[in-house]
Design a protein around this ligand. Sequence first.
Ligand code: HBI
Ligand code: FE
Length: 291
Amino acid sequence: MSDFEHVFDKPPEGAADDWTIPQDWVAYTDVEHQTWDTLYARQMKVLPGRAAEVFLDGLKALDLSTGGIPDFAVMNPKLQALTGWTVVCVPGLVPDEVFFDHLANRRFPSGQFIRRPDQLDYLQEPDIFHDVFGHVPMLTNPDFAAYMEAYGKGGQRAASLGMLPNLARLYWYTVEFGLMKEDDELRIYGAGIVSSATESVFSLDDPSPNRLGFDLERVMKTLYRIDDFQQVYFVVDTIEQLKRETLQDFGPIYDRLAGLEPIPIETILATDVVYTDGTQAYASKGGRFAA
Ligand code: HBI
Ligand code: FE
């Protein structure tokens, strides 16, 4: 984790006990606002017809297209009126228990900073473009809003039971990299995809990754990668399905999962619903590190 620039052990100077910091919107430079506009325009070229209707509707409801980095003082009242969620600023990745406490209280922690112009295509840390453009539109949907709150509440419990790696896989394969069915076609709703011009295309169009039906327990067993395009995507039928399955008691699931070996990332099981049996050609050739 040492190559992350925005990771701290305790709230840094100027941060509150809950790790929040002021957005200080007036301090963003012209270059930073332009970076937002460039990223926004790039996504709007690839997302129509690829992003789920629920994401695009949320984006419209928040009106984030007015130019430049959104001012949370303007955006939050719109979001709060829809689902009771607000967005707060944090300096970067925050400890798990801090993250969960915010989600459990319908506060989404967003990075305050935006990537540098030389990082437009790829950065591992969540910046304000990933966090706000990627995550916040889905929070306008009541089912997704309930799902995220449930995830936050479940986080503390999973941590105390030593099951956090399993719960984190659920977040990864839904909130960050989820696909859903819409009119019998696959669409994107995961924030890690919708905020990436290249993965927005790869996740739906490339023959390399597997695309499998969402199964809660299966997903919680599946390894993932954080450094490149995913090798497997999981497809939900509806966001309501996600909420319904997550509101059940995870206790019995954790009992069954305890001590089990994780499922390798490229494995397809006999029990999987298979949308794409991927070639894995992209990963086999070394992915973004290919010569
Ligand atoms: N902090 N700001 C921020 N954003 C995240 O997405 C985040 C985090 N801290 C911990 C975390 N995610 C995950 O490790 C948990 O979902 C498990
Ligand atoms: Fe994210």
